[in-house]
Design a protein around this ligand. Structure first.
Ligand code: S3P
Length: 173
């Protein structure tokens, strides 16, 4: 089996706080922060919405896998936030595991609806009823998130400070 890497990887639904908490965690641990969505956008020079619209979701998913492979080559330890749909590609799961400790940020549907109600940038949430979209996707995804994760941390109704403490105590031995 491959040696497990030392990065910290945050997974979870859109709006779970992967980017916000990832940045805070990185600052606290004095590590770099990397976001696969940002990598895709900077390397293609296109927004995620444009990539979905012009080339389709399957192409976007292949770019996400490329980003994970690039991160696997990275020596310097970092905190990585990955797109909410990335763990759903079976080939990405062993890549995530090899990168390091995977934290699933758990968030309830009501919190997500509130956080995502004005979103225009996430193609998976546009059109139709937002709550229904979230519930349908969550039903497909939650078990996978749990299976991939080494650690689960709930984010509902909690301060950033308390979530950070839990993430640190569960990852830093
Ligand atoms: C997606 C999540 C987004 C982004 C894309 C697709 C998904 O990332 O990768 O819009 O399928 O859940 P965030 O989880 O950072 O919003």
């Amino acid at each position: 089996m491959e040696k497990k890497g030392e990065h910290i990887i945050l997974i979870g639904f859109m709006g779970a706080g992967k980017t916000t908490l990832g940045k805070k965690l990185a600052r606290r641990l004095e590590l770099e922060f990397v976001d696969t969505d940002e990598m895709v956008e900077s390397q293609t020079g296109q927004t995620i919405s444009d990539i979905f619209a012009r080339k389709g979701e399957a192409y976007f998913r292949s770019l996400e896998t490329d980003m994970l492979r690039q991160l696997g080559q990275r020596e310097k330890r970092c905190v990585v936030a990955v797109g909410g749909g990335l763990p759903m590609q079976a080939e990405n799961r062993p890549l995530l595991k090899e990168l390091g400790t995977v934290i699933f940020l758990e968030t309830g549907v009501e919190t997500l609806v509130q956080r995502l109600k004005n979103d225009t940038k996430r193609p998976k949430l546009q059109g139709g009823d937002l709550r229904e979209r979230i519930v349908t996707l969550m039903n497909e995804r939650e078990a996978v998130y749990r299976r991939v994760a080494d650690v689960c941390v709930s984010t509902d109704n909690r301060s950033y400070g308390s979530i950070l403490e839990e993430m640190i105590s569960k990852t830093e031995k």
